[in-house]
Every structure is written in C-alpha cells, then in structure tokens.
Design a protein around this ligand. Sequence first.
Ligand SMILES: [Zn+2]
Length: 60
Amino acid sequence: MLETTIEASCPYCGESITLFLDLSIEEQSYIEDCSVCCQPMTVSFTVQDGEPANVSVDTT
Ligand SMILES: [Zn+2]
C-alpha cells in the first residue's frame, strides 16, 4: 500500500500528531481520534503527483 506520514496539529489540544495517509485514493476524508486527547477530528486531503496536498485537520 502506498502510504506516507505527515505531521499535523490537533485542532483540540494543539499537540503535534503523526497522521498516516493512504495515497492510493486520490481524495478522501475520514475521522481519526487524536492520539493525545482522544477527540475525534476530521482529516481530509487530496493526492497530487503521489504527494499529499490540501491536508486539513478540523474539529468534527
Ligand atoms: Zn488532541
């Protein structure tokens, strides 16, 4: 599986978190729990030229 990791900040607690992105799907959004404060956040991104683009992390 084509996968990469990026660093992002949790919209709730502001802690730096590592996100695992599946680059085999061109556009997606999903809900992931923060590994620090366990609150659900919406992660969305697109894939351009094999790289993640327009990554956003928002409160649900
Ligand atoms: Zn958090």
